[in-house]
Design a protein around this ligand. Sequence first.
Ligand code: GLN
Length: 186
Amino acid sequence: MRIAVLALQGAFIEHEHALNDVGAECFEIRELSDLKKDFDGLVLPGGESTVQGKLLNDLGLMKPLYERIKAGMPVLATCAGLILLASELENDSARYFGTLPVTVRRNAYGRQLGSFSTVDNYDGIGRIPMTFIRAPVIVGVSPEVKVCAKVDDRIVGVEYQNQIALAFHPELDQDRSIHKRFVSLV
Ligand code: GLN
C-alpha cells in the first residue's frame, strides 16, 4: 500500500511522519510526472487553499487528481484540504475539486481565535486532540455525509464515501488514530 501526499505547500511533512508511524509507505506529489507512480490513497494537507488551488491548476494536477477521487480513491483532507474538496464555499467564489457535498466557511474562527487546541469526540474513535489553525468550519452537509466530529456545535469532521475531511490538523498531534482510520479505509 502506498499513499501519495500532495506536497505543493503547507503541512505535508507532518502527514508523512504520521503515515510512517502507522506503517504506511508514502511519497510526495509535486508535479504531474509524480502521478506515474502507483498509489492507493491521497492526503491533501493543510496550508493555504488559494495557493494550493492555483498550483494544482498551474501544474495540471487538478483534473487527474479529481478523476481519481471521483473514481473512489480514499482521501484524507485536513483544513485547506477540506476547502479543496468542498462542493461549495460560503465566503469565497472559488471551487476546487468539489467532490465532497458540504458547504465550508473559510477562516471561520476569525483572527482572535485563529489557532487553538481542544480534545473532543470523533465518531468511531473517541476523544482525540484537535488543533485548529485559521480553520474553516463546515456549515452545511448533504444528507449522505456523515458528521463525525463537532466542537462547540460546529461541524469539524465528516466522512463521505471515500473521503475523510477535517477542519483540524491530526498530523500536528501525537495521536495517530485518524491516520490509522484512513489507512484502514485504504
Ligand atoms: N485558512 C486557510 C485557507 O483558507 C486554511 C488553514 C489551514 O489549512 N490551516 O486556506
